[in-house]
Design a binder for this molecule. Structure first.
Ligand SMILES: [Zn+2]
Ligand SMILES: [Zn+2]
Length: 113
């Protein structure tokens, strides 16, 4: 996958009040991600499934507070971030590209990605 733009997150903020992540990007963009939506988008094999098998989260209507509480973000190489969740889950790697696609800020929602 070629990176169309050389953008990367420069800092992040965990908004406990609204349970969302604010991610600042090198191009000045400020991304918004609700924790629950981010957890549901977890691309790891456990959450998202593997080889056609449904993942753990796909079968569930409701997630626990622990599962959807973001406690930290750790960088993965130069291409992604791993969210650390309160339930101890930390195997999902979100590439920068995916994070840009998931952005929920009014600007991104208006342009529909
Ligand atoms: Zn996962
Ligand atoms: Zn955005």
């Amino acid at each position: 996958m070629q990176e169309a733009r050389d953008v990367f997150p420069t800092s992040f903020l965990l908004d406990d009040q609204q349970r969302r992540l604010i991610l600042s990007w090198s191009d000045g963009h400020e991304g918004i991600y609700s924790w629950e939506r981010l957890r549901r988008a977890c691309p790891c094999a456990i959450c998202a499934g593997e080889g056609g098998a449904p993942g753990r989260l796909q079968r569930r209507q409701h997630l626990t507070t622990e599962e959807t509480t973001l406690v930290n973000l750790e960088p993965v190489g130069r291409y992604g971030l791993t969210p650390i969740w309160e339930d101890g889950h930390r195997t999902g790697i979100f590439t920068f590209e995916k994070l840009r696609q998931l952005c929920e800020c009014p600007q991104c929602r208006a342009s529909d990605k």
